[in-house]
Design a protein around this ligand. Structure first.
Ligand code: NAD
Length: 287
């Protein structure tokens, strides 16, 4: 590292809290080094209310780009100069690109999800999709699959503060992607969930259920899964959730959340550098 960093090294950052556990610095610094780019990536612990100062600092220090993580993704979208189409609909960003002092916000979670499916041989165009969840990850997925030509999206969520999000997403997508049928249902209606999964091509869990400490749980009974259903999870810790294990047991194509994490990062890398991230090399290095 001491040979790598010089007086001209361009800086990229991660802003949010907590950030100490993040794998992003390792992934981006590995990739910069591999591709001989004079860049470095550092994580900074920043609270929501400190984001205006952090954004000013990006401009002051001519930081070339930044990732933004929880809980700062929404507030960051109000502080940048411009937004990508998906970020505009969602009202949250996870990537900022600094073009000569003009900051543009992007959201790559949904793009990463779609890319991960593609890497697993699944095209979402024309597909009927059930998404459980209405938080940050779920909304990003719902908006991106709509923009990318899904046929229908059935959103299920429990009766909590996120339910309104789902209704808002439905209303925004009605204007932005009128050809995509979007419906919102209560997760408590298991009969309806069963019926919608029966008619779906793809089922997605985009809730925190399946993640530690809820890792013994799945919101979908195994009896609702079938071998020609594609089952994707956003949860990547553990690598295989109960939902993914159940899907594998019934012979369905099961796609864990780790790939989404990789590809949303790779998409950010492309926005930062204009290059494809060396994902194969990084995955081999990580093992
Ligand atoms: P969030 O806090 O914004 O949303 C939480 C969601 O979980 C809401 O829909 C909420 O209603 C639901 N939920 C919470 N407890 C529940 C319960 N007991 N039963 C049913 N639903 C429940 O969270 P988020 O940022 O959207 O993250 C959701 C998951 O997606 C997390 O596991 C996160 O790690 C994962 N994620 C993965 C990636 C990736 O790249 N793979 C990216 C972002 C998030």
């Amino acid at each position: 590292m001491e040979k790598h960093i010089s007086g001209t090294t361009g800086l990229f950052t991660l802003l949010g809290t907590p950030v100490g556990h993040s794998g992003s610095p390792a992934m981006y610094n590995f990739s910069f080094k591999k591709q001989g780019l004079d860049y470095a990536y550092m994580a900074f612990d920043v609270k929501k209310e400190q984001m205006p100062q952090a954004i000013d600092a990006l401009k002051l220090f001519k930081v070339r780009g930044s990732n933004v993580t929880m809980p700062c993704k929404s507030v960051a979208s109000t502080l940048v100069d411009d937004l990508s189409p998906a970020a505009k609909i969602i009202g949250a960003i996870n990537v900022i690109v600094n073009n000569d002092g003009k900051l543009t916000g992007h959201i790559t979670d949904g793009i990463g999800f779609v890319r991960n499916l593609k890497e697993n041989g699944v095209d979402i165009k024309g597909k009927n999709i059930v998404v459980i969840g209405a938080g940050g990850a779920a909304t990003a997925i719902q908006v991106q699959v709509a923009l990318d030509g899904a046929k229908s999206i059935a959103i299920f969520n429990q009766d909590d503060e996120f339910f309104e999000n789902a209704k808002e997403t439905k209303s925004k997508l009605k204007d932005e992607t009128p050809n995509v049928k979007v419906d919102v249902y209560p997760l408590s209606d298991k009969g309806l969930l069963k019926e919608k999964i029966e008619n779906a091509d793809i089922l997605v869990n985009a809730t925190i259920v399946g993640m530690k400490p809820l890792d013994v749980q799945s919101l979908v009974d195994k009896s609702m899964l079938r071998s020609d259903l594609i089952v994707a999870d956003t949860v990547y810790n553990p690598l295989k959730t109960k939902l993914i294990e159940d899907a594998e047991e019934v012979g369905a194509k099961a796609i864990p959340g780790k790939g989404m994490l990789l590809w949303q990062g790779a998409e950010a890398y492309k926005l930062f550098t204009g290059k494809e991230m060396p994902t194969d090399e990084y995955q081999a290095y990580e093992k």
